[in-house]
Unconditional design. Structure first.
Lengths: 414, 477
């Protein structure tokens, strides 16, 4: 792999307009990635999902080369109907469109002229990979006191490519008292690619971020998505993950609560049908007093699928009055399914309220019996119970427009 | 009462006993192993077994994934065998025992003279590397229970030992377990024959006396079909500036319908207030529910040791078998603990229950780490886990790291964990009724631990309750 990845890298550099300094840094990231390679199960973080093996088995040899000079055709049919929204369209590794037509122009600043920064703290080899290969990365700033009027939908699309590694990086800055809603829609018409998405969020005082990640369309791609969120005083972040369509996807969220009264909410659904393997990994770091976090993850698993939830709450010794909560529940519908959880607490402060719970098992026989005795057949009863089970998570979504959109997508009824 | 507590504040088991020792030459090598095997007059197969483990050990690396880190142990700078001179051949009668050793156990509150024992617990006393006395032997013989040191069992009951030794913790296990397999010196052996309910509590008392010595004992308990045994283990060591290694292996085997209850009150020397000295307690404890309807229950009260690193586990192989784990772990000053359990469900209708209470105070660090693994064949299995942590002060840490693997849709797993501190309201309530703050904390902590303390046999429960109080002395300000 090493020679291949180096050749691909040089080919990209030849055709690019990166500054010399950037090239040097990118090379540095590349070398770091080469040393560690794709993560494997020997790493605690990847214990339940051996990405190295998964890529080997499902893709085989990856190509890291993408010709960034040829634009891809936009296909408007992928856009969500009946929802006015701003767009970012990302096709086969290129950002083809950034469109904030519903917003005031001077309230949103978009730039791609950034020099990469050396980050010595990063030990995540996939972030090194991302930094080495991502084309240009955009920084989007929401100005002070501005709340965007319509949600921003980011379309992640692939077509006609195979066995490729695709990287996307976006940075968002929410200035004081601003707010942003992002919906990520994964829409793939390709197979066997490794897609690596890295978002960086900087939430300043009183800002609000809502991020809804929807991976619902059936596809055979392998994905990794990493959200790094840093929150200042009184900021709020809400993340919702619908994990369903891809062959493999790992959603990782790292959230540093560094300002007082900041809070983070993470809700997620695994709805896995055929031989899929999905994971959600969260790291909530309570680094100052009076912060709050809440996590709720529910899974419904069928036919040889496997879901993993690794959630960690870290409480620094300074972070008194922390309120941390974490709950994961799973329904295993067949004998061939598997649910693994590692809900972890690491606590160094004494005046805190932290708890976690995890439960997994089959559907409640009594409940099924109850419904059947009232005239439903087994399939209907099962469907109703699963509906209610998942609805609880969807109901946590604070944006009613998007809540309805997601309900329709997975066919949940009230 | 107050005076009693004053006396207890210091680690009261910190004295040393001045007896002449026989030691193996320093260092870990084949000669040491041969020396141990020879002095214990072991048969050839035993020596071969040890050497095989040693071969394997050479290829292994010390694990380092645990939370409490410790300075590198120089395995060549340790004595692997140390025994009181005149105990190397175990006296037949307790009267023949070195009076100094008798005195030691008396000081520890474990009188070995049987007539003085009113509460009817049979004791196997292990002093450094050897078992020095076993009480109530005859009485146990009457019902067919074999309770002796493992060295004696190797000579007298080789078939049983051959069959079961290493069957739960094989010599191919992790580093410390394999080290123990190579150099273990003594320990207890228990065999309960079919259908016998052991008439009294069995107990081993471990004492590390010599300096620069590692203690590697090995305990093997076999409960044959339909039998029952309750086994207790206590440990202490003198106060020394150096860190001493204790790497024991405990294997339990429960056949059809048998039940083993294993309780530990671990009070090794924890080191002084600045974290100097203390025992490294790296123990491998594993029980195998081999037969159907068998049950193994671990209860532990961990208050001592500089570092405690152990996971008493149950392998639930037999259908309908039950595994239980009750634990209280208390760390104060610079103590560190990384403890928990593994429940491995292999058989159908297996059940397990985990109740863990962790209390950390001072500058200590405590981790609950546990695994619940339900295999795809373990239909209708269930697990319930509850781990609660209590923090005292903001310089200590309490962590929960559960691993939950469920591969069976017909099985249920539930896990709950909370972390909190003693609330002002509770303290206020107690103080209002005339308790001082330390007594109030003691009362609340005892209430917090009650679920686990209840599982201990009576005599131990009283001791443990006191220990809980003492371990937290000075942590409330």
């Amino acid at each position: 792999m090493e020679e291949k990845i180096k050749n691909d890298f040089e080919k990209i550099i030849e055709n690019s307009k990166f500054s010399n300094k950037d090239i040097e840094l990118k090379r540095d990231f590349l070398n770091k990635f080469i040393v560690s390679g794709f993560p494997n199960k020997k790493l605690e973080n990847w214990k339940f999902s051996d990405l190295n093996q998964i890529i080997k088995k499902n893709i085989g040899d990856l190509s890291f080369y993408t010709n960034y000079s040829i634009p891809n055709k936009l296909n408007p049919s992928i856009y969500i109907d009946g929802l006015e929204h701003n767009k970012i369209v990302f096709i086969n590794g290129r950002i083809e469109k950034i469109d904030f037509k519903y917003e005031e122009k001077d309230k949103i600043q978009i730039s791609d002229q950034f020099e990469l920064k050396k980050d010595t703290k990063v030990t995540n080899s996939l972030i090194n990979l991302n930094n080495a290969f991502a084309n240009k990365y955009f920084k989007i700033v929401i100005k002070k006191n501005y709340s965007i009027r319509k949600p921003l939908v980011i379309y992640h699309t692939t077509n006609n490519i195979n066995s490729k590694n695709i990287n996307l990086r976006l940075d968002f800055v929410l200035e004081k008292n601003s707010s942003l809603k992002i919906v990520d829609i994964f829409n793939d018409q390709s197979e066997k690619n490794f897609i690596n998405v890295f978002y960086n969020f900087e939430l300043n005082q009183d800002s609000i971020l809502k991020n809804y990640k929807i991976d619902q369309i059936e596809n055979n791609n392998i994905k990794y998505s990493f959200n790094n969120i840093v929150q200042q005083e009184n900021s709020v972040s809400e993340t919702f993950i619908l994990s369903s369509g891809s062959n493999f996807i790992k959603n990782e969220i790292n959230c540093d609560l560094i300002g007082k009264y900041s809070s983070a909410f993470i809700n997620g659904i695994f709805s896995l049908k055929q031989k899929k393997h999905h994971e959600i990994k969260t790291n909530i770091n309570h680094l100052i007093d009076n912060t709050k976090s809440y996590q709720l993850i529910k899974s419904v698993l069928e036919n040889e699928s496997k879901a993993v939830y690794q959630g960690k709450i870290f409480v620094d010794s300074k972070a008194q009055k922390t309120d941390g909560y974490q709950l994961s529940k799973a329904i295993l519908l067949n004998e061939t399914t598997e649910f693994n959880a590692k809900p972890e607490l690491e606590i160094y402060a004494d005046d805190v309220k932290c708890s976690h719970g995890s439960a997994s098992g089959s559907l409640n026989d009594d409940a099924i019996f109850y419904l059947m005795s009232r005239g439903l057949n087994y399939t209907e009863a099962k469907k109703l119970l699963i509906n209610g089970f998942l609805l609880e998570v969807v109901e946590k979504i604070t944006d009613s427009q998007i809540k309805n959109l997601i309900k329709n997508m997975i066919g949940l009824k009230e | 009462m107050k005076k009693e507590i004053e006396n207890l504040k210091e680690y009261k088991y910190g004295f040393t006993t001045d007896v002449e020792n026989i030691r193996a030459p320093k260092g870990l090598n084949e000669d040491t192993i041969k020396f141990i095997s020879e002095i214990k007059k072991e048969p050839k197969w035993m020596l071969e077994w040890r050497l095989k483990a040693f071969e394997r050990l050479k290829k292994l690396k010390e694990p380092n994934w645990q939370k409490p880190k410790y300075p590198k142990i120089d395995y060549q700078d340790l004595y692997y065998y140390s025994a009181p001179k005149n105990a190397s051949s175990k006296p037949k009668d307790i009267k023949d025992l070195d009076p100094k050793i008798l005195e030691t156990y008396k000081k520890l509150g474990i009188p070995l003279e049987e007539q003085k024992r009113l509460n009817g617990i049979a004791v196997d006393a292990v002093f450094d590397s050897v078992s020095v006395a076993t009480t109530f032997k005859e009485k146990l013989n009457d019902v067919g229970v074999i309770f002796c040191s493992i060295s004696e069992a190797i000579q007298k009951h080789p078939n049983l030992v051959k069959k079961y030794l290493g069957s739960v913790i094989p010599i191919t296990d992790h580093y410390f377990a394999t080290l123990n397999s190579a150099v273990f010196t003594d320990g207890s052996f228990v065999y309960i024959p079919e259908g016998v309910r052991c008439p009294m509590e069995l107990s081993t008392y471990f004492r590390i006396n010599a300096s620069q010595t590692g203690q590697f004992e090995r305990t093997l308990i076999i409960a044959d079909k339909g039998s029952y045994v309750s086994y207790l283990e206590g440990c202490t060591a003198p106060m020394r500036d150096e860190n001493q290694l204790h790497a024991a292996n405990v294997e339990l085997i429960a056949l059809d319908d048998a039940e083993i209850k294993y309780s530990t009150v671990q009070n090794w020397y924890p080191g002084d207030e600045d974290g100097k000295g203390g025992i490294y307690n790296f123990v491998t404890k594993r029980g195998l529910c081999k037969g159907t309807n068998s049950k193994i229950s671990w209860t532990q009260v961990e208050t001592g040791s500089a570092i405690t690193w152990k996971y008493p586990s149950c392998i639930l192989k037999g259908d309908n078998s039950i595994g239980e784990f009750y634990s209280i772990a208390i760390t104060n000053n610079h103590q560190k603990a990384d403890t928990g359990t593994k429940m491995i469900h292999l058989g159908k209708n297996t059940k397990s229950k985990i109740i863990s209470k962790g209390i950390s105070a001072g500058l200590s660090d405590m981790t609950y780490r546990g695994l619940v693994d339900i295999s795809s064949k373990a239909n209708n299995s269930s697990n319930y886990t509850q781990c609660d942590s209590l923090l005292m002060g903001n310089k200590c840490g309490a962590h929960t790291v559960p691993y939950i693997k469920n591969k069976n849709s017909k099985s249920n797993v539930a896990h709950e964990a909370t972390t909190s501190k003693i609330s002002e309201d509770q303290l206020h309530y107690c103080q209002q009724r005339g308790l001082n703050s330390e007594e109030a904390v003691g009362l609340i902590v005892n209430g917090f631990c009650k679920e686990v303390l209840q599982q201990l046999p009576m005599e131990f429960a009283v001791e443990a309750q006191k220990l809980v109080g003492i371990s937290l002395e000075g942590s409330v300000g």
